[in-house]
Ligand binder design. Structure first.
Ligand code: FAD
Length: 464
């Protein structure tokens, strides 16, 4: 289907980039064979590290001519196998595109290269009292290009939206090597089709992003965190929609069931209060007026108590808030360290969360599998981690796929879909038809074919 990297191709790549940035020793091939998705691993044949758009364009023209797959790679923190070079070929690491080109304080914008680490941009903005809100829990190592390709969310999405809501324009290179500048440095734009948004969430299958124009907002001055502990998962999940009905939009609203908190305690070697509670909500509010936040906290505290919370912890100073957030942010890693696992990224209307979690527990009971649920409950996004734990290999292999299908069918029947922020990538592609119709998938494949006639750009992702 694809050609292998020949000596001539290697020579051409070295002419484009110089010897130093064309790498094919065994250790590096192994290093770039993985992301954070379960224990999947596929070696690329070569790793290239361009640092100009021209170089990206020349590499893609070469790959397109000789039918060689190219997989763009950011920080390698993806959870659906998007950056895995499943057909070998070229791994295009964007790590040298790591400059913040400009922070425009007058217009609240940032021009950034895609290899900048998410947290680096956030901190640079904060120095100027500006705010870049999308904050995946991997923000310390994910790249902004990867965030765009996955349309990453994170805890603050509930109030501030996801990555796509902050992108005004892009420079990207098509799979055939054309350099496109989409969008503009403006807040309104209906000039032709919205190619910027087409690239966002396209998981590296439609082109390589080489520059990003972000919209920023003013940095909120204050924030406060409340942790509410429940003895019933149902009461805890049922509180989520009620908080919004009270007229308050928290800046984060996270759900954690007991087993998630226990895993985090183990990971951090630290005991947290109320860790015997069946489930907890982490609720953060932010804004510019402290008195108004105090009022919000008062209303939320009354409401969670009415809904069955048996204890509330309020954190107002940074140290205490950071401790609580450290607990939440390490859950992903913590769960991963328990046993072989598969992570699902279900999302439903927030009022349906109790039904989703109840259904997930019933399905896991029916198949003898363990599930740990946690995540961004405020936007209905519940991560369902399915653990092999003590299950024997035969039962795990036999039951896992069936259980996932049942969970996804339930999710869709509740008005939801199968990925809120992790994407379809490699690991979820067999489930796509549960969420999308045949015609919709066909239309998507046509778009892919138009941009990438030789199917060299991150092939084997999203579609079967
Ligand atoms: C502990 C942990 C916590 C996480 N928490 C969250 C969370 O809260 N919210 C969330 O949304 N996600 C979360 N994730 C998932 C992951 O971090 C995000 O999907 C992130 O956006 C991936 O960025 P990356 O730079 O690591 O991309 P990679 O994994 O390197 O790549 C992801 C995809 O982007 C493509 N890509 C990368 N760069 C480019 C480019 N320049 N042009 C075109 N395509 C490109 C790749 O081909 C691939 O398909 C978490 C992951 C971990 C490990």
């Amino acid at each position: 289907m694809y050609n292998k990297i020949s000596g001539d191709i290697l020579k051409s790549l070295k002419e484009i980039l110089g010897d130093e940035f064309v790498i094919n020793d065994e250790d590096n091939l192994k290093l770039y064979s993985r992301d954070y998705t379960e224990n999947l691993s596929f070696n690329p044949e070569v790793i290239v590290k361009p640092n100009t758009t021209e170089q990206v364009s020349r590499i893609l023209k070469l790959a397109n001519e000789f039918k060689i797959p190219v997989v763009p790679r950011g920080g390698g923190t993806g959870l659906s196998g998007g950056a895995l070079p499943i057909y070998g070929g070229i791994c295009m690491s964007m790590e040298k595109f790591n400059k913040i080109i400009e922070i425009d304080k007058e217009n609240f914008q940032a021009i950034v290269e895609p290899g900048v680490i998410t947290q680096v941009l956030m901190e640079a903005c904060e120095k100027d009292n500006l705010y870049y809100p999308p904050d995946p829990s991997s923000k310390g190592s994910s790249f902004l290009g990867g965030n765009l390709a996955e349309c990453s969310g994170g805890p603050r999405a509930v109030k501030y939206g996801v990555t796509k809501d902050y992108v005004l324009g892009l420079e990207f290179v098509t799979p055939t090597g054309e350099i496109i500048n989409s969008g503009a440095r403006v807040l309104k734009n209906v000039t032709g089709y919205n190619l910027t948004q087409l690239l966002i969430g396209s998981e590296g299958t439609l082109g390589v992003i080489t520059k990003i124009i972000f919209r920023l907002i003013p940095l909120p001055k204050y924030r406060k965190v409340l942790l509410a502990a429940y003895n019933s998962i149902e009461d805890c999940a049922g509180t989520v929609a009620k908080i919004f009905q009270s007229g308050i939009t928290p800046s984060s609203l996270e759900f954690m069931e007991k087993s998630a908190i226990k895993a985090a305690e183990k990971q951090l070697s630290k005991k947290f209060p109320n860790s015997e509670a069946e489930a907890q909500l982490l609720i953060e509010v932010d804004g510019n007026y402290e008195e108004s936040l105090d009022k919000d906290i008062e209303v939320i505290a009354e409401l969670v108590t009415e809904q069955g919370a048996f204890d509330i912890i309020l954190a107002e100073d940074s140290q205490k808030m950071n401790e609580i957030w450290a607990l939440r942010r390490c859950i992903g890693e913590a769960v991963k360290s328990i046993s072989e696992y598969k992570e699902e990224d279900t999302v439903v209307p927030r009022s349906k969360i109790p039904e989703l979690i109840k259904g997930v527990k019933e399905i896991s009971g029916n198949y003898g599998i363990t599930t740990i649920c946690y995540g961004h409950a405020g936007d209905g996004n519940v991560h369902v981690n399915i653990l092999k734990d003590k299950l024997d290999d035969t039962s795990w292999e036999k039951n896992l796929d069936t259980a996932i299908r049942e969970i996804f069918k339930l999710t869709v029947s509740l008005g939801g879909t199968i990925s809120g922020e992790h994407g379809i990538g490699y690991s979820q592609k067999s489930y796509l038809p549960i969420a999308l119709g045949i015609e919709e998938i066909a239309l998507m494949k046509n778009i892919k074919r138009t941009l990438d006639p030789n199917n060299i750009m991150n092939p084997g992702k999203i579609f079967l």
